[in-house]
Design a protein around this ligand. Structure first.
Ligand code: AGP
Length: 610
């Protein structure tokens, strides 16, 4: 049975025992997957393997009872979409000679397995990874470790990031990368291998990244890199950015709530990075294509990042003379597209590691078009592979549900839109300056939106016994309706439909029945009256209305069950504010339903496989 995995890997070569640091790093990598975990260390030339199903906490308990010595080791957290997440399938996969951790998919594992079984070799697990273990073990009979790994890689199809230790070569870890991300970190008398720089952050801020096809050999004192011809290569060492946000929950019950409440600050940080308030100007330079020459902008992302692209489409259309297209990365990468070198392709991704978005970016690169990425993790694959990077400066986002990164993406997209509009003279100087000034009101307005929490908490109760729910909006409130519905689905496992309010009559109105909770997003923009008419259609069919608006007058009447008022700044800025009660709503419904808020079922923070 073919297994797909998305996971995190770590390796440490040191002059002191490594198991505790492996556990600590695996905890950081749990955002990539959390249905089983494992580690292997080398103790007196023995491979000492410990594995469990479930979270890294379980693995820690096992280690507490039976500690693992060893100054060299590898670890793994797994997320399976196929194949049972049990102890046997958990990584590492070891033979009597080697132990392997793997992130990715070996597409020809079935064929290799058959060949190895003909040689009477036995498999313990259902995973595709174990073929790597057995191939290296076979190759080691006639080769040194690096050659044995290299020869094994020639036989593999698919994607991988690997960490490998060897029973008889007790001072080395070999890493290899094709498709899946892999970083190394440097420290005094200790070196590291990891799926991302975040996992290594508490140990070092000196990082290099393996490029596709490369291998590395780590000892505690040295790291050597090799290209796909096994020729030695040198690597650039990056100093990682300082992360201002703490990575513990503080007084908050969940990371998600902490991250929702961080938004006034993270949005302010982002504004400070890009806006020169004194000169009333936007500090964005070095466009990969002159702004005047951009023919079309294509915005690409997945999930919440896609929703930020959708909001930006309304802004670009409103403020610039440029045509805008948006696409979901998993669709973009398989479409037959006409590329144009005057188009700017913008990739939006919090993690910068999303497989579909990264693949869509690769396609653009192959077609020689200019790419820009809007990311939170600036050391990520997508950031490194794009021509131009605009970070969102939101600080580490731990909760699987994206909150502060969404507002960060919106902020960078809005600022970029204003800058392009001004360079192209699509807006005049006074509109440009007025819009820049308006941005400064957003952090305080978000803070006011957070004050709606107690009201939203009451609203959440209306969803507890509901069969489903509906989120409606027009214009840029339509993507916010989609985002509100996505947040509710992923956190509370409750069915939620996001729809353009004007589309109701074309089908979804049939879903409205007595007591169905319907969230109406109705800021005072050009769609306001139309949205209210759509709301009446819902009321007439018994829907329970929960209205989010920025109009000043009292909104509650006998037909509206709840009203939440957010501040008004400017028509185009309402997405920054109406989002907040929707994030809080999803949080509180999930809390009432006792769901695992920071790690919703079946999901992972960084989707590194297709
Ligand atoms: C958001 O709450 C989701 N968990 C998900 O849709 C996410 O936005 C999507 O997977 C894209 O991730 P990225 O921004 O890291 O590329």
């Amino acid at each position: 049975k073919k297994e797909k995995i998305m996971c995190g890997i770590i390796g440490i070569a040191s002059n002191k025992p490594v198991s505790i640091n492996i556990i600590n790093s695996l905890k950081k990598l749990e955002y990539r997957g959390y249905d089983s975990a494992g580690l292997a260390t080398l103790t007196k030339n023995n491979i000492n393997e410990k594995k469990c199903s479930g979270r890294v906490d379980e693995l820690e308990k096992i280690l507490f009872k039976t500690p693992s010595d060893g100054n060299i080791g590898i670890g793994h957290v797994r997320w399976a979409t196929h194949g049972v997440p049990n102890v046997i399938n958990a990584h590492p996969h070891s033979s009597d000679q080697v132990s392997v951790v793997h992130n990715g998919i070996i597409e020809n594992s079935d064929e290799i397995k058959k060949e190895l079984e003909l040689k009477e070799l036995k498999f313990k697990s259902q995973t595709d990874t174990e073929v790597i273990t057995l191939l290296i073990t076979e190759a080691l009979k006639e080769n040194e470790p690096l050659d044995a790994v290299f020869k094994t890689l020639q036989k593999l199809k698919g994607s991988f990031a690997l960490g490998i230790i060897f029973k008889n070569f007790s001072d080395i870890i070999i890493g290899a990368r094709r498709g899946s991300p892999l970083a190394v970190g440097y420290s005094k008398e200790e070196n590291y291998l990891g799926s991302d720089s975040y996992a290594l952050k508490s140990m070092t801020n000196k990082i290099s990244y393996l490029d596709d096809g490369e291998l590395c050999v780590l000892t505690k004192d040295n790291i050597s890199f090799y290209d796909d011809d096994l020729k030695k290569v040198n690597k650039k060492i990056y100093s990682m950015s300082e992360d201002e946000s703490t990575t513990d929950k503080g007084a908050y019950k969940h990371f998600m709530l902490k991250e929702i409440y961080e938004q006034p600050i993270t949005v302010k940080n982002c504004i400070n990075e890009y806006i020169d308030s004194l000169k009333k100007n936007i500090n964005i330079f070095n466009f990969p294509i002159e702004a005047n020459k951009i023919n079309k902008i294509i915005l690409i992302g997945c999930g919440t990042a896609y929703h930020s692209c959708l909001v930006a489409k309304y802004w670009f259309e409103e403020l610039t003379s440029i045509d805008v297209e948006i696409d979901i990365a998993s669709e973009f990468r398989y479409r037959k597209l006409k590329f144009n070198s005057n188009n700017l392709y913008i990739f939006v991704s919090q993690s910068g590691e999303t497989a579909d978005t990264a693949a869509a970016l690769d396609i653009c690169k192959k077609n020689n078009v200019k790419t820009c990425s809007i990311v939170n993790v600036i050391e990520s694959t997508i950031a490194r592979n794009s021509d131009w990077v605009l970070p969102i400066h939101a600080g580490t986002e731990i909760g699987v549900a994206s909150t502060k990164a969404f507002l960060g993406q919106l902020m960078v997209l809005y600022i970029l839109c204003l800058k392009i509009a001004s360079i192209r003279k699509d807006i005049n100087q006074s509109t440009y300056e007025k819009n820049i000034k308006n941005l400064n009101s957003i952090p305080e307005a978000i803070r006011k939106c957070l004050n709606t929490e107690s009201n939203v908490q009451l609203m959440a109760k209306e969803f507890l016994h509901a069969k489903g729910s509906m989120f409606l909006g027009r214009g840029s409130s339509f993507p916010i309706a989609l985002e509100g519905a996505l947040k509710l689905k992923e956190l509370s496992y409750l069915h939620a439909e996001g729809y353009p309010a004007g589309e109701m009559k074309h089908g979804p109105l049939a879903l409205i029945e007595e007591g169905l909770p319907v969230i109406i997003l109705a800021p005072k923009d050009k769609y306001f009256q139309k949205t209210l008419s759509n709301m009446q259609e819902v009321i007439a069919r018994g829907g329970k209305i929960l209205l989010i608006t920025d109009i000043k007058k009292e909104v509650i009447n006998e037909n509206i069950r709840f009203g939440v008022r957010v501040p008004y700044i400017d028509n185009s800025l309402s997405p920054f504010l109406t989002t907040i009660p929707l994030q809080l709503l999803a949080y509180h419904v999930a809390l009432l339903k006792n769901c695992d808020i920071d790690k919703p079922r079946n999901l992972a923070k960084s989707v590194t496989v297709e």
